[in-house]
Design a protein. Structure first.
Length: 411
């Protein structure tokens, strides 16, 4: 729509089902899939936009309708709403996704961008539960502003050029992230300057390292509460309750909160502080067990009962070391085994199971050295990520202008 609210001529408003066919995914049972090939990979939310995310594989029979091929347009409909053109290998569509196939007169890349600016509308059409979901009928009814086909193609070309700049920066970030993972694997299994090693319950470790339970190095685990609150973010001078989306793979997102309207629900003991180590104990299947180190946060944000604060004993462990260790595949595999709940629904991990997570533990001096190495790579990643955010802000402004008809392209 234009600034005046008029429909651009000759654009039209159509429901999503009018401009594309919508294929729902399948509920693949977790007990029947495998952690490594052979088999077709099951495409999960973490795999969308992250080619290095861990796959799970299906070796039994399957309906060919659920086969995803490179170039397919996928939309996640639970948890974090995402839309992307699949660029990975052939895989299987799970129930967290739908595949959108444009009908005649609809350009696929334009539809991708139009859906990107419609994600908030799609999210608001969901059930607004702790993990938001949208039903297929509600998704089909979402209204989309549709320009002429030539304009669709021109808009898609302009936005694709912006994406190319962003993708180049993201490629560098991905390389740095792989460097961090590889460096942490090397440091955790070989330490710094060690030559003698021993077998342990979790891996072959340096001779003078120990395997301990996470609970052994914690002073406490704090959990907040989750009273009913309006689904609106808190103003700067208001108290807010963290949503599960506050802990994301990219880090802590303070804007993911809900305003606490009842003063009786405010508890200063649950307030998030700079330097807190947060753990997502309940989330969608792919994101349960995420951790964030809060470098800096606004005041008056409280823990929910889904977000835990891990208080590390400084005499036994370095907090940053624990933060980096909890992000490694060594720990993520344990979390996946501990987490309860059926696939496609909210996953939970209890505090007792969190305390039982096994981690490698060197002396405090070496912990700090390892954390410093990981932090140095982390800082480089954050710097490049900030540049990507700047480019994305420019792209967002372009999308708002071009996809709403505020600025018309010449064709």
């Amino acid at each position: 729509m234009t600034k005046s609210g008029n429909l651009p001529v000759p654009w039209k408003i159509s429901s999503l089902q009018d401009i594309c066919t919508i294929q729902a995914g399948n509920a693949w049972t977790s007990r029947d899939y495998y952690t490594e090939p052979p088999g077709l990979p099951i495409i999960r939310i973490t795999n969308l936009g992250d080619p290095d995310a861990i796959f799970r594989y299906w070796r039994d029979e399957y309906d060919p309708r659920y086969v995803v091929s490179p170039g397919d347009l996928l939309l996640s409909i639970t948890g974090y709403f995402k839309v992307s053109i699949w660029s990975g290998e052939q895989g299987l569509l799970n129930q967290s996704f739908v595949r959108l196939t444009p009908k005649a007169g609809i350009d696929k890349r334009w539809l991708l961008y139009q859906l990107l600016i419609s994600l908030h509308k799609i999210s608001m059409a969901g059930n607004q539960a702790v993990v938001n979901n949208i039903t297929l009928p509600d998704l089909c009814a979402v209204e989309i502003l549709v320009p002429t086909f030539p304009e669709q193609k021109k808009i898609a070309a302009i936005l694709s050029a912006a994406d190319e700049s962003i993708n180049n920066s993201q490629t560098l970030i991905a390389k740095l992230q792989q460097l961090k993972i590889g460096t942490m694997q090397e440091l955790l299994y070989k330490g710094i300057g060690h030559t003698e090693f021993k077998d342990s319950l979790i891996a072959k470790l340096s001779e003078d390292w120990h395997t301990v339970k996470l609970g052994d190095v914690l002073l406490d685990i704090d959990s907040g509460k989750s009273p009913d609150c309006p689904n609106l973010p808190a103003a700067w001078d208001e108290w807010g309750l963290l949503k599960v989306g506050a802990i994301q793979p990219s880090g802590f997102v303070e804007s993911e909160n809900k305003a606490v309207s009842d003063p009786a629900h405010i508890c200063a003991a649950y307030e998030v502080k700079d330097g807190d180590l947060l753990f997502s104990r309940a989330n969608s299947y792919e994101f349960v067990g995420l951790v964030s180190y809060v470098e800096k946060t606004r005041p008056k944000l409280m823990l929910s009962d889904k977000t835990l604060r891990l208080t590390v004993n400084p005499q036994l462990a370095n907090k940053k070391y624990v933060f980096h260790v909890l992000q490694t595949p060594l720990v993520k595999n344990q979390i996946e085994k501990f987490a309860s709940g059926s696939i496609g629904t909210m996953k939970n991990i209890r505090q007792g199971e969190i305390r039982n997570i096994a981690i490698p533990l060197p002396c405090l001096v070496e912990q700090k050295r390892i954390a410093d190495v990981a932090d140095a790579i982390h800082v480089r990643i954050n710097t490049k990520t900030a540049n990507v955010q700047r480019l994305q802000n420019i792209k967002t402004a372009l999308m708002q202008d071009l996809l709403t008809g505020r600025v018309r392209v010449k064709v």
